[in-house]
Design a protein around this ligand. Sequence first.
Ligand SMILES: [Zn+2]
Length: 415
Amino acid sequence: MKFLDLFYLAAFSISPLSFATPATPEGLKPLDAGMDVLHYSIRRNSTFYSSLRDLGLDSPEIQKIVGAAREHFDLSKIMAGTEFSLFYAKQPLGRLMEMEFTLSPVKTMNLRRSPDGQWLSQVTELSSQTRWLSFSGRVSSSLWESADFAGMDPNLIGELADIFAWQIDFSREVRAGDRWRILVEQRHAGDKVIGWGRILAAEYEHAGQLHTAALLRGEAGESLGYFTPQGASLRRMFLKAPMKFGRISSRFQLRRFHPILKKTRPHKGVDYAAPIGTPVLAVGDGVVVQSGWLGGAGKAIRLRHNSMYQTSYKHLHGFASGVRVGARVRQGQVIGYVGTTGLSTGPHLHFELWDRGRYVDPLGRKFPSADPVPQKLLLGFQTQSQGWLARMPVWVNSDSELPRGPVFISAENGF
Ligand SMILES: [Zn+2]
């Protein structure tokens, strides 16, 4: 490759040329430091072959590279968008010496030119471990903001909201002064974070009332859901709200002035204002009994949960795939998306609960708990949850005392 070609790529390709040393897997000798590295992404309608041609390699060279990789990975099948790094020597200037591919968060493949012009391949796999982290927060304006302040991944605050969906309606009950803390697993390989495991224990203090949850695992380590440390289920029959975050804009009332019809009509449901496209959740397991256009209700879904209860979801923008009459849905499943179809003044969900064919106020109901921890798992569960709860961060009373970012729970304490 000529210098000018390289310069062209550096100036006009995906990422700028920088100065780096490739990772040196065991078995391959370290290369001279200070090669030029190009981070390349395969463009639309391109293949690995055409990309390397564009990068100035000839066909026999490309064949050698593909051949060297074959025992680990078929490079002829990589797709547009795949990224890899190319390392170029300074002496002779611009000669491609090595390529590095990330096969998975823990797997890297290096291909390297040997002095005799052949290509060698090596795959290194980092061994991953699980560690425990804790986060804690205090709500001053919103749950999201408190998670952001704590330096916590927003996905985890979504999971926290899921765990306590039966205790707290996060769309209407979160208030300033609420506090939360969690203990969560993180998979890592050395310094490299691979992903989150499960939340092991979580607490949410709402209006002075503390809610505590611990994960129950089966014998194979699978999740069996969240329970109180005593072993009672956190599940009620229904979720307290049909979406994770949304604001109640109109409650169930028998006399309400209808903004479009301009007359007094009962409002036999609860309205949740939320942006178009916000996922709408089935509040309980059930069967779809209506799905489609329903006059002034616009696009609407009705679910039958059991012989007593049905729920309706109206003014939807659209339906989740598979949500048609006769389909079974699970509690918490996304069934549709908030919209403003039918007689509606703006994006919101109109949600109804029916008790034996009559509209009832969904906010005025209490439902029984689901099954507790099975007896044969109870002692182990109680012991384990006490251990987890003992490693939670301490409660604080002001933002200035809060840790920003995770607290690592050391192995000596806990594993
Ligand atoms: Zn409504």
